[in-house]
Design a protein around this ligand. Structure first.
Ligand code: DGY
Length: 325
């Protein structure tokens, strides 16, 4: 019987799978991200750990974890994990791709519509009881159908976001290292350079992972290259956007608005963001559907089971550490 530490309460199914396999499961009782000290203490006593994007799985944590069998991240993003440090130490890491693709793409669309059609502002007026009745000039928003959609990062989620534009007849541009034949075939999407995408898109949806090369990919000069009528949607990682400069760009009218599910300094937002009417902000909930969160919990638990048996986790981030497993 192995001991599995889960750093925060997850959907039941994770515990169920691990317990059914005969393992002992310890779930942090903390209602919030685990303080570093508690995290290090918890992992030191465990054989494998399910971590969250709020846990820093770095060299220090790996050393504190002794002869740990692996860390399974309950997230597709793994910028909280030091993959080379784990590989050096022979520790397998995993993430949860696939199971949250549609939920995240749907949230990108929810933000796109909410900000372009001013849904939140309108809702606020209705709730205030101050709506004077129908008016021809109230809450004029932006058209979506037929406008150009720019996808930055055409991996799983970026592809799903783009495919869901079917029906809105939007020309689709994308930026990615690789050609996306599916998007080109299905939508006639065009692979373009970043500058072209900025210049020509009416909606830009961000789907790149956070890496040194994507940190602050969107900054003041980039906003100035976008159409002043364009919207930025970010469901990827906050630091891909320089948030303070986004606020300046929004205030200066350099772009029309933004729909953000992720923030540079979560859980905080930079000053001024929350007072702008032309932003819609949600608390990093793009994957928060029942199906998707259960899928993440199941996949993370299955990855842990594989790690405990020295087998290859389904979605291993550093398969080299397991050789032919
Ligand atoms: C992820 O999976 O990376 C999301 O940010 C949280 O589900």
């Amino acid at each position: 019987m192995a001991k599995v530490f889960i750093t925060r309460k997850l959907p039941e199914v994770a515990e169920q799978i691990l317990k059914e396999a005969g393992h002992q499961v310890v779930v942090s009782s903390q209602d919030g991200p685990l303080p570093r000290k508690e995290f290090l203490k918890g992992i030191a006593r465990a054989d494998a750990v399910i971590t969250l994007l709020t846990d820093q799985v770095d060299g220090e944590a790996m050393d504190a974890a002794g002869d740990i069998k692996g860390f399974a991240n309950y997230a597709v993003g793994f910028d909280n994990m030091d993959v080379p440090a784990a590989t050096d130490r022979g520790i397998p890491l995993s993430n949860t791709p696939g199971v949250l693709t549609d939920a995240t793409a749907e949230m990108a669309w929810a933000l796109l519509f909410a900000v372009s059609r001013r849904v939140i502002e309108s809702d606020r007026v209705m709730r205030s009881g101050l709506w004077p009745g129908w008016g021809p000039m109230q809450f004029i928003g932006s058209d979506v159908g037929g406008r150009t959609l720019g996808i930055v990062g055409a991996g799983r989620i970026g592809t799903a976001m783009a495919l869901k534009s079917r029906g809105f007849e939007m020309p689709v541009l994308y930026v990615d290292e690789n050609r996306n034949e599916l998007l080109e075939r299905e939508l006639g999407a065009k692979k373009v350079d970043f500058e072209t995408l900025l210049r020509e898109s009416d909606y830009i949806s961000v789907h790149v992972p956070l890496m040194p090369s994507t940190k602050h990919l969107f900054h003041r000069e980039v906003f100035r290259e976008m159409k002043h009528t364009a919207y930025l949607i970010n469901t990827a990682r906050g630091p891909v956007v320089n948030e303070a400069e986004l606020v300046e760009a929004l205030k200066a009218g350099e772009i029309a608005g933004a729909g953000l599910d992720v923030f540079e300094y979560e859980p905080k937002m930079v000053d001024g963001l929350a007072t702008l009417d032309n932003v819609v902000i949600t608390p990093h909930t793009a994957s928060a559907t029942e199906g998707s969160r259960n899928g993440m919990a199941e996949l993370a638990a299955r990855n842990v089971l594989a790690m405990l048996e020295g087998k290859m986790p389904e979605t291993c981030l550093n398969p080299g550490v397991l050789g032919d497993a």
